[in-house]
Write a protein that binds this ligand. Structure first.
Ligand code: UDP
Length: 285
């Protein structure tokens, strides 16, 4: 199954969270009057509802994230979809967390439509479930120490086993669930010597937690991964390939958990498109 993730991978995301000089100058959103000049190596940015998405190919993103992990400092990578942006639109503090990330990549067709309405393109869809295993395997050279935080008890450890089968160069240096003491989890991560931290707490909790703790975690890269650990551990089934090919994996998840997801997908998708349509004409370049 994991090999299928890798073969079919089509997504990527990366973030910069710490406001290092190289990252802090990369972007200023539509309402940011400071608007610092873009640094020379900043990726092309497409603003969607005030969040700066990097317009990168899969391999460009992997190269950038790899450089973050090999470099100094601590970076936050965000994979954002329509649900993420709805939450950010309703909560400026959360939007600021996304804006401060080192790299924001689009996850889902809704964000691509929003970019297109502005006359811009975010061509590659960085679906975390496909992209993250591929990314970890590609940057694990010669080795990558990974910590997994989040999901129900036992899931992170099982997901770690799955990731180790992806590449023997991925070393799982710690795993803890997302329903215990979050401060204790931060201490575990800090002591683990991990290069990369995957946080599976869902939006917006995972991005907020990373932003609040990143400076003290002693990791190079932290990324919120939603339900990835559940998928890797086999606790949640993925949609059949033909449904994924139709870009309808969200519909499949909705059918599995309608009680929890109806508001996010049915109400949320309509709300997102309304927000985008309302703003698109003035944002078009
Ligand atoms: N979760 C957690 N602690 C919490 C809330 C959520 O560990 O306090 C986990 C949950 O068990 C699941 C993940 O966070 O594994 C988020 O799942 P969701 O389906 O919301 O992710 P997404 O749809 O964003 O991929």
């Amino acid at each position: 199954m994991i090999e299928v993730f890798i073969r079919q991978s089509t997504h990527l995301a990366e973030t910069r969270h710490v406001l290092t000089p190289s990252t802090a100058t990369a972007y200023a959103g539509e309402n940011d009057t400071r608007r610092p000049a873009a640094s020379a190596d900043a990726p092309p940015i497409v603003d969607v509802l005030g969040v700066p998405f990097a317009a990168l190919s899969r391999d460009e993103a992997i190269a950038r994230i790899g450089a973050m992990v090999r470099g100094t400092g601590a970076h936050q990578l965000v994979l954002a979809n329509a649900h993420t942006l709805n939450l950010a639109a309703a909560d400026p503090a959360y939007r600021d967390v996304l804006r401060a990330a080192s790299l924001v990549l689009r996850d889902g067709v809704g964000v691509a439509i929003a970019a297109r309405l502005r006359g811009r393109s975010l061509a590659y869809n960085f679906v975390g479930t496909d992209f993250m295993p591929l990314l970890l395997a590609r940057i694990a050279d010669p080795q990558l120490r990974v910590f997994l935080f989040g999901a129900a008890p036992g899931v992170a450890a099982a997901a770690g086993e799955a990731l180790r089968r992806v590449s023997p160069a991925i070393a799982i240096v710690g795993a803890t669930d997302g329903y215990g003491d979050f401060d204790a989890a931060a201490r575990q991560v800090q002591a683990s010597g991990a290069d990369v931290l995957l946080v599976a707490l869902g939006n917006p909790l995972q991005e907020r937690w990373i932003a609040a703790h990143l400076a003290g975690l002693n990791v190079r890269l932290a990324v919120g991964v939603g339900a990835l650990l559940d998928f890797l551990a086999g606790r949640v089934p993925r949609a059949p390939h033909w449904i994924r090919a139709l870009r309808c994996e969200w519909l499949y998840r909705f059918c599995l958990e309608p009680g929890r997801l109806w508001q996010r997908y049915l109400v949320g998708n309509a709300q997102f498109l309304w927000r985008v349509a309302r703003r698109a004409p003035t944002e078009r370049r």
